[in-house]
Design a protein around this ligand. Structure first.
Ligand code: DHB
Length: 396
């Protein structure tokens, strides 16, 4: 037995992109259904990055999607780039007039889920999408199976793939599950969470001959730290003493505060942009459309920028039958996406150490880092990208 339900927008994926889109659309009176194959607990507990651009924070707070971002989150006015044993601060407000906020992504997700459920959103967890069709017509649909085995068919006016890097909506848009531009990296991040107060009041991005390290934080009592590792590394094969020795060696001159490590994982990464972001009445947003390496924390911020654009385009289409913004959506979104791809690739390449790097490569890399920190133009370039470019409007 299949139940058929109707809505205006079928959203696949209850991550930041899908949840925020439903929130913004609801404000315009456009109803949606969100499906996610994961359960609520899994979504709310998956550890992701923690840096939000100023515009991301503005959207979350001004629209009522999250009040806690301003009360629980912490504003950061700079970062430190560390190389050759010395730290160099990049001061965001003086260079750009903007700041960033440290607020873990899963906290933003808890706020969004609570806000959507309180507003009566049809939000279906543990529901696996089995098909997407008729996207070239005005009545595209999504079929899915819920946790209890019930088959459901959602008939919509638009389908949105906000379902992450292994998107099941992507084939309906690009014609294949992988269709896109790729770049692989020969390293990964070893990430830990530990019980200890922050080692530094701002984040430290460190380049060292042994590899990259990032000293981040989660709260007054928990730190988030990463160090460059082999993508095949086994996170459980390393002792706590070895983890601390590796981290300490990669930020020489800074005494890290140590404490019990309660979470560890190896994060592989790559760059990806789908060949198409839209086909007929289906679009891709967030990680379904693009993934970036984590250096610079652009992932969630880019998803939010996509959704702000898509919200405007869907309002014009569904409320006024105006197709201009949806027709421009992919080109407009791609401008920011490729800038963020460049920034994430650049931060990654500038700060990590390739295992086959020659003595020339290593010295050139230090020259590059010096060109950034010793020039106001260099620092401004980094700060503008890190704090986030202004959101585009759809007609630009
Ligand atoms: C964090 C992750 C990032 O990739 C980054 O650039 C900054 C912070 C984090 O998890 O805190």
């Amino acid at each position: 037995m299949t139940t058929t339900v109707r809505t205006r927008v079928a959203i696949v994926g209850a991550g930041p992109a899908g949840l925020l889109l439903s929130h913004l659309l609801a404000d315009a009176g456009i109803d949606s259904i969100i499906l996610d194959r994961r359960g609520r607990d899994e979504i709310e507990s998956t550890i992701r990055a923690g840096i939000l651009e100023q515009e991301t924070v503005r959207v979350l707070s001004e629209t009522g999607a999250s009040d806690r971002v301003l009360t629980v989150g912490n504003r950061h006015d700079g970062i430190e780039l560390h190389f050759e044993g010395e730290g160099h601060r990049i001061d965001f407000p003086s260079l750009t007039g903007r700041s960033v906020w440290l607020y873990p992504q899963h906290e933003a997700l808890k706020d969004l889920i609570a806000a959507r459920l309180a507003a009566g959103q049809d939000l279906r967890f543990e529901t696996e999408v089995t098909g997407v069709g008729d996207v070239e017509s005005d009545r595209p649909w999504v079929s899915a199976t819920s946790a209890d085995g019930t088959e459901v068919r959602i008939e919509a006016e638009f389908v949105v793939g906000a379902d992450g890097s292994r998107s099941v909506v992507r084939p309906a848009v690009t014609g294949s599950s992988s269709g896109g531009y790729f770049r692989e990296y020969p390293f990964a991040w070893f990430g830990i969470l530990c019980e200890a107060p922050p080692s530094s009041h701002e984040l430290i991005y460190s380049n060292s001959p042994d590899g990259f390290a990032l000293i981040s934080q989660r709260s007054a009592t928990v730190q988030r730290m990463y160090f460059q590792c082999d993508p095949e590394a086994d996170p459980d094969a390393v002792s706590e003493a070895e983890i601390w020795a590796t981290l300490q060696a990669r930020v020489p001159g800074t005494a890290l505060t140590e404490g019990p490590i309660f979470q560890r994982e190896v994060l592989r990464f790559r760059s990806f942009v789908a060949h198409e972001l839209r086909h007929g009445r289906a679009v891709l947003v967030g990680d379904a459309a693009h993934t970036v390496p984590p250096t610079g924390a652009k992932g969630m911020n880019l998803a939010v920028a996509d959704v702000v654009l898509l919200d405007q385009a869907l309002r014009a289409l569904l409320l006024e039958n105006d197709t201009r913004l949806i027709d421009a959506f992919a080109d407009t979104a791609l401008r920011r996406i490729w800038k963020a791809q460049h920034f994430s690739w650049w931060m990654t390449s500038m700060l990590h150490t390739a295992s086959d790097a020659s003595a020339f490569d290593q010295r050139r890399q230090v020259g590059e880092l010096r060109s950034v920190v010793e020039s106001e133009a260099g620092r401004t370039f980094l700060a503008e990208a890190y704090t986030g470019w202004p959101h585009q409007s759809s007609d630009r």
